[in-house]
Design a protein around this ligand. Sequence first.
Ligand SMILES: NC(=O)c1ccc[n+]([C@@H]2O[C@H](COP(=O)([O-])OP(=O)(O)OC[C@H]3O[C@@H](n4cnc5c(N)ncnc54)[C@H](OP(=O)(O)O)[C@@H]3O)[C@@H](O)[C@H]2O)c1
Length: 344
Amino acid sequence: MDIDSIGSFRALVVDRDADGRQLPAALRTVTLDDLPTWPDDGDVVVDVAYSSLNYKDGLAVLGKGTVLRRFPIVPGIDLAGTVRAVADGTDGDVRVGDAVLVTGWGIGETWSGGYGAVARVRSGWIVPLPEGLDARTAMAFGTAGFTAALAVTALEDHGVRPGDGDIVVTGAAGGVGSIAVALLAAAGYRVLASTGRPQEGDYLRALGAADVIDRAVLGGGPAQPLDKARYAGAVDSVGGATLAALLAQTGVHGAVASCGLAGGSELHTTVFPFILRGVSVLGIDSNTCPMDKRRAAWARLARDVPRDRLDDVTAVRPLGDIVALAEAILAGGVRGRVVVDVNA
Ligand SMILES: NC(=O)c1ccc[n+]([C@@H]2O[C@H](COP(=O)([O-])OP(=O)(O)OC[C@H]3O[C@@H](n4cnc5c(N)ncnc54)[C@H](OP(=O)(O)O)[C@@H]3O)[C@@H](O)[C@H]2O)c1
């Protein structure tokens, strides 16, 4: 692979000043050598067609928390496109022209990610696009959809079955939540969608929710260490007091798949849900998820989420809109999923 022949390309770049303060993200023309990429050389170069917007991307672009680890860097924890070049001696069966996606593994955090027209990645991170998914559709799912698939599969693997009772999805109108509602409904579960946006009730019912509850019902935390058991399981994007309430209200041998922290990262609970009801917390980490589970989750998304439902939750926006979108997602104002057309 001759990196010099890749040339320059357009990307959203984040840098910091001499005092280490993150500067506003800006569209720039760069080369791969300007950017931190794996493993300093990288073994596969991808022409990126689409990326997506996740909550973590919002944090990264706006410099909240410590998502970005190197500078200058191209954010974007997801990408999908076509393999342009493969270094000699690269492991695996990646070939020039393959349609591929990459999520996580530190892209858009430690290594440059999807908000540019070209990305250099490690071959071991690559998932071939599953049958039935093109690059745009894959990014309509993105890390959020992938995480939802991991969460739903974790509940099933734990033994939670559709007949066991309701499954509540928190942050339901967001990216993880929307896809989780659709996947659970497709698998036959009765889904309660918890949202702070009652105006999205019709949207959530169209996705497959049987009922919609106000986020305040769970957001105040548990009334007592063990509340009345209401749910067989949960997919939680919110964390904090909401997660504590879910644990106290999950029934015997139920489970809560903990995915996110949109409402808070702290968890104050007691051991009673664990030792008196056998409730489990299932930790979900999409970033470092092993490849066999990754491929299975992507195959599930391709197979189980009706395409018209996915289209209903997806908006496509140009790269230049990312900063405004980052502000919107951190304010809880993005519905469903945003696909980023990196060449628009
Ligand atoms: N574990 C992993 O591997 C993984 C992967 C992807 C994402 N995540 C995490 O999962 C969470 C959701 O990510 P996402 O990309 O789906 O983000 P998103 O699209 O912004 O969805 C988050 C949703 O949470 C709700 N929410 C926002 N602020 C809230 C608050 N202060 N209190 C209660 N609810 C609030 C909103 O839903 P309503 O309007 O419906 O209430 C919002 O749409 C984030 O914390 C993200 O970091 C984790």
